[in-house]
Ligand binder design. Structure first.
Ligand SMILES: Nc1ncnc2c1ncn2[C@@H]1O[C@H](COP(=O)(O)OP(=O)(O)OP(=O)(O)O)[C@@H](O)[C@H]1O
Ligand SMILES: [Mg+2]
Length: 337
């Protein structure tokens, strides 16, 4: 076991969070990186690169290294992480080599995706690497003692995927993932506005519209906001009006699907653990848990109490702090590099 520094990485589809032992969360920004086409050098990372989405000129390519919860652009993922750790945090090659790194991932990763994680770690120059499930780290970061003989259900609604898992004695008993979450809702919104109002809005506008107007409560007050886009017929800039009701129609199918996923996992959960979940309720994490009325929406349909973590966007990274602190006990299956 390495005695070097501990680094926890929550490389999400939407956001990258990096935790460094004794320092805390040193990076919490969008998982986006912008390269200069000719030199291949990074021109911006995180929030600065995110602002360039849909706006950069042709000499800059803006890349999101993850799609649907998994790394789809290995080079960009490595460059982004290396930039954050070495340029922003000044961690040397030697320190990287001696560090213990925990990378969080969705619960249903394929072998190929696991191999991608290995490659990523190798590329970063680390050898002591562990891959832990996001829902496990998220529950720990939300302050839940997952090591007791009590069933705990965690639902992580992120940018690229929704993960439902049942934990007991510190590990995942069963879990299911769908590759639908926040980004899917944004894409649906763009599609619907294009179809119904013949206006194309950008990715950043769609996300802002979702955050402004999403409300799953039937009694939610009706609000109408105006967003700028481009008329797809004549090509000129045009405003579109979007209401909370329009937004509800767009988010409902995804959240209904999430409810179905939870129901499927509950159906397969052993009865003793089901009883614990019924008593303790379901914990929601991830940015998608910030949609108004989500607790009532899920609990009304499943008839189980639901609560949102107090830190839904940072709990996974905060959970790595606990895992690294107790690395001798809880980090026992290193990646064979
Ligand atoms: N207040 C909010 N209301 C609605 N959605 C939100 C809010 N805040 C963040 N989100 C959405 O949450 C998503 C990001 O959540 P999170 O950071 O948990 O995802 P991620 O960990 O990067 O993705 P994944 O785990 O799926 O790879 C984005 O789609 C974002 O639009
Ligand atoms: Mg996540």
């Amino acid at each position: 076991m390495s005695e070097g520094m501990g680094i926890g990485i929550d490389l999400g589809t939407a956001n990258l969070l990096v935790y460094v032992e004794k320092k805390g969360i040193i990076f919490n920004e969008p998982s986006v990186v912008a390269f200069d086409y000719e030199s291949g050098k990074i021109v911006a990372a995180g929030a600065d690169a995110h602002q360039m989405i849909g706006k950069a000129h042709s000499k800059i390519s803006v890349v999101k290294p993850l799609k649907s919860g998994v790394i789809s652009d290995m080079h960009a993922a490595k460059e982004l992480l290396t930039y954050v750790l070495k340029k922003i945090e000044n961690i040397t090659e030697k320190e990287m080599g001696a560090a213990t790194v925990v990378i969080c991932c969705p619960s249903e990763v394929t072998r190929i995706e696991r191999d991608v994680m290995k490659d990523l770690a190798k590329n970063m120059g680390t050898t002591d690497v562990f891959v832990e499930e996001e829902i496990k780290a998220g529950a720990l970061g939300a302050g839940i003692d997952i090591f007791k003989a009590k069933g705990v259900m965690v639902v992580d609604i992120g940018g690229g995927s929704t993960d439902v898992g049942v934990l007991s004695f510190g590990d995942i008993v069963l879990s299911k993932t769908i590759r639908k979450a926040g980004s899917y809702v944004d894409a649906e919104l763009i599609k619907q506005i294009k179809k119904n109002q013949k206006v194309e809005i950008g990715e950043l506008t769609a996300e802002r519209c979702k955050m402004d107007l999403s409300d799953l409560r039937e009694s939610a007050p009706v609000v109408v906001n105006r967003y700028a886009g481009r008329d797809i017929v004549i090509g000129i800039p045009k405003y579109v009006d979007v209401s909370t009701e329009d937004m509800r129609d767009i988010i409902l199918p995804t959240y209904e699907e999430i409810v179905k996923l939870i129901a499927t996992v509950l159906k397969d959960t052993p009865p003793e653990l089901s009883a614990d979940i019924f008593q303790n309720g379901i914990l929601l994490t991830g940015g998608g848990a910030l949609i108004r009325g989500v607790e009532e929406f899920i609990s009304n349909r499943i008839q189980v109490p639901v609560r949102v973590a107090s830190n839904p966007l940072t709990c996974v990274a905060e959970g790595t702090k606990f895992l690294l602190k107790n690395r001798g006990n809880y980090l026992v299956n290193p990646l064979q590099l």
